[in-house]
Design a protein around this ligand. Structure first.
Ligand code: SF4
Length: 359
């Protein structure tokens, strides 16, 4: 008999994600955000790890790559970025003339903070002559010191685009080892950075879940510890995980990735039973933005993200080069004509039937 995934386990991260105080008038806050966004010609880009209520006021929801592409093509004057700092910086690098706002400046990325320009220079000195591929989860200054950027969706393709055998990969060692295993003819020098949220998941928890749900498909993000993603049936980036589970014929999945993604998939893919490990792999940095902080940012143009002029062009080049290598020229990105592009889940801006908040 197929063991059922218990209802409370399916719902637990939904509850965590959508908890709202009784006195908050969420509908009013949503309407206010959409009104302000229209008045100010602003686009709201929200990472899929964000609280569901923040996903629900977005024009576009997606992962780093999808949001970079939306940022590259937007015609809005203002970009409100509900993600972490490096993502807002990336949006600014792609849109020098536009105002980019990060509603809560506490939203940083501990992995990105694990490498400074000095750290990268020292690592380059240890491995002279090797080109540098930096994960998008890095500061603009580190990008400026690198040859090309990548996301978890295109990391293998980017590394493989070099003729050189030896490549420096920074800062994520989980993803770095994943890329190395896909490209055995390359030799990667991998920096010792990691995602504290994905590294929270241990092999022990995966074994426990496997035992509990022997028929479930185990799906992992490559930011997990390699000892963890090696236990998975499928390893992929956020967009690849979302698409894999959505299109799969099976109905039980154990997701080894951040809780916001799990909550979104539970909601979008009901009645598929989608669970994750315990304790919940939750990135606190992704949960700072709230409807109230988005309103404040929009009203006052608060928390504008700027990038030092001295490094701007070099950091931008690192990102546009990624697009050139993986998808063609930046003008094509503006046309969004890449067949493999993940548009992200539907949002209220694209489908007003999703929640009771019209534009
Ligand atoms: S989930 Fe990990 S990589 Fe993503 S923002 Fe949080 S700490 Fe950084």
């Amino acid at each position: 008999m197929v063991p059922e995934i218990k209802k409370h386990e399916v719902e637990i991260s939904l509850k965590t994600n959508s908890r709202s105080l009784p006195e908050r008038n969420v509908e009013y806050l949503r309407d206010e955000i959409r009104k302000l966004a229209k008045e100010k010609n602003a686009v709201i880009l929200t990472h899929i790890y964000q609280r569901l209520e923040v996903q629900d006021i977005a024009d576009h929801v997606g992962d780093s790559l999808a949001l970079s592409r939306y940022a590259a093509k937007t015609e809005a004057d203002i970009i409100v970025f509900c993600g972490v700092h490096f993502m807002a910086e990336t949006a600014k690098l792609l849109n020098p003339e536009k105002t980019v706002l990060l509603p809560d400046l506490q939203s940083g990325c501990p992995m990105a903070d694990m490498i400074s320009v000095e750290d990268l220079r020292a690592f380059k000195n240890e491995n002279p002559g090797s080109p540098v591929v930096c994960y998008v989860n890095s500061s603009a200054a580190v990008k400026a010191e690198s040859d090309i950027c990548c996301t978890s969706t295109n990391a293998v393709q980017v590394v493989n685009s070099f003729n050189e055998k030896e490549i420096i990969f920074a800062p994520d060692k989980g993803l770095g080892v994943w890329v190395q295993e896909q490209l055995p003819h390359k030799k990667l020098h991998i920096y010792d950075g990691f995602c504290p949220t994905h590294y929270q998941i241990t092999p022990k928890e995966v074994f426990i879940m496997r035992e509990k749900y022997p028929d479930a498909i185990v799906v992992a993000h490559p930011e997990c510890d390699p000892e963890v993603w090696r236990l998975a049936d499928f390893v992929g980036s956020t967009s690849q995980i979302y698409k894999f589970v959505l299109g799969h014929e099976k109905n039980q999945f154990i997701i080894l990735s951040e809780q916001g993604l799990v909550a979104r998939m539970q909601r979008d893919m009901h009645p598929k039973a989608i669970v994750t490990t315990f304790p919940l792999p939750l990135c606190p940095n992704m949960k700072y933005h709230k409807l109230e902080s988005v309103i404040e940012a929009l009203r006052e143009n608060k928390n504008e993200i700027k990038v030092d002029k001295k490094i701007f062009d070099k950091a931008r080049k690192t990102i546009t080069r990624m697009f050139e290598v993986t998808e063609g020229a930046i003008s094509e990105i503006n046309g969004m004509n890449n067949k493999n592009f993940w548009e992200g889940p539907k949002t209220i801006a694209s489908d007003s039937s999703l929640v009771g908040c019209g534009r």
